[in-house]
Each structure stands twice: as structure tokens, then as C-alpha cells.
Design a protein around this ligand. Structure first.
Ligand SMILES: [Zn+2]
Length: 225
């Protein structure tokens, strides 16, 4: 986990960086390690458009761009878009996506790449972009490959994959992660409303969230060739 020179996170949607990485991002930034988020899509097909509806698909893209800008400012990281369409990454040719990501990684020269664990990312975009990112690193010369951490978020991943070797707990500083997530208001609106609730149910909700999001867990990817 230590001695990184540049960390690149590759996830498909504005908000994945906060849900899946706010803890490790904070740790790396405190150590002065640069972090770049490569965001696969604009998340323009997101289903949550508010009640009453406050966005259509076009304005949702703009809203989510603003939200990601705010979140990345808060997290103190750089970001770039990879330019794919939300909910379609699985239909792209994996080799093309991998070559695209490889080019970007060769420019950024990260020591560590963080992405979703293929088949354990829950969402098809997560699985497809995770697989393409791992392929991108595999295509590099062995000597130049950054370390890859793959995030598994399926309910049964421990049963299938065993214990992750990287477990980073943000439970003591959970507000920090929550604040990053809440920058994505269009997605976190329901959550945000529940946060305002000070009744007993509120604590149950926050405890549940902490349980789910308080530990960021990754598998160091083992390349076979
Ligand atoms: Zn996502």
C-alpha cells in the first residue's frame, strides 16, 4: 500500500470514485501521492432523476459532470473522462477499450491502478471496464506494469474469492467519505434525505451504511502471463 508515486482509479461512473475509493484516496492524498480518476462515462443513463423529475438524459449528463467536478475538488484529485456511453461499455470491443486505457496509463505512468474485479462488480459497466483495465495492464511490458487492485462488491465475493489482501478501514473518518458521496446529489438524494432524519431509524441507516462502505477492500491482481 505504501511507496506509491501515482494512483489511477478506473471506474465507469461519476460517484464510483467516492463510493469505492474515498478512503484510500484520502490516505494517498495525505501522503502527497497524486491520484487521477479515469471516469468511463458521464453516467447519463442514471435512473435516479429526482422526484419530481429534475433532469432529462441530456441535462443529467451536465449535472453529473458538475457533481464529479465538485467531488474531485473535495477529494483533491485530477480526473479525465474516457468518453464511453453509460450502460454500454459491455458492448464495446474489449480489446479497443483496453488499448485506449493502456495509452492513457502509459501517459500517466501510475504505480497503482484501482478498478472493479471483473464478474464481481455488480453492474455490467463495472465488470466490463474492470476487465478492460486489467487487460490494458496485461498488454504492457511486464517490467512497466503498475500494481492492480481489483474491488469486488458482490454480496458473495468472499465465498468465491476468499479474503481480500487489502482492507482499508475508514470507519473512524466516515463523514469524509459520506461528504464525497453527497457531492453526487443526483444519485445520493435519497440517502441525503435520510441523513437529515434524526430519529432512531436514522442511526440504523447510518450504521448500515458504515457497514457497507466503511471498509474498502481490494484484491491485488495476479497476472498469469
Ligand atoms: Zn458505477
Amino acid at each position: 500500500m505504501d511507496n506509491q508515486t501515482h494512483v489511477v482509479i478506473v471506474y465507469p461512473h461519476p460517484d464510483d470514485e467516492s463510493f469505492g475509493g474515498a478512503g484510500i484516496i484520502k490516505k494517498f492524498r495525505q501522503e502527497g501521492v497524486p491520484v487521477t480518476y479515469l471516469c468511463g462515462t458521464l453516467g447519463e443513463m442514471g435512473r435516479n432523476m429526482g422526484t419530481p423529475t429534475f433532469a432529462n438524459r441530456e441535462t443529467l449528463a451536465d449535472i453529473r459532470k458538475e457533481e464529479l467536478k465538485d467531488a474531485c475538488e473535495y477529494l483533491d484529485i485530477d480526473y479525465q473522462y474516457l468518453g464511453y456511453r453509460d450502460k454500454t461499455i459491455e458492448f464495446e470491443k474489449q480489446e479497443e477499450v483496453a488499448n485506449h486505457i493502456k495509452e492513457v496509463l502509459e501517459t500517466l505512468q501510475p504505480s497503482l491502478v484501482v478498478t472493479h474485479y471483473p464478474e464481481h462488480g455488480v453492474h455490467p459497466d463495472h465488470n466490463a471496464l474492470g476487465a478492460a483495465t486489467i487487460e490494458a495492464v496485461r498488454l504492457m511490458d511486464k517490467a512497466d506494469r503498475p500494481t492492480v487492485w481489483a474491488s469486488a462488491i458482490t454480496n458473495d465475493f468472499e465465498k468465491v474469492l476468499g479474503e481480500p489482501d487489502i482492507v482499508y478501514s475508514i470507519e473512524d473518518d466516515f463523514e469524509y467519505k459520506l461528504n464525497a458521496i453527497l457531492k453526487h446529489k443526483s444519485q445520493a438524494e435519497g440517502m441525503f434525505e435520510k441523513m437529515q432524519d434524526t430519529s432512531g431509524e436514522h442511526q440504523v441507516f447510518v450504521d448500515g451504511l458504515k457497514n457497507r462502505l466503511g471498509k474498502e477492500r481490494f484484491f491485488t491482481w495476479k497476472f498469469e502471463d
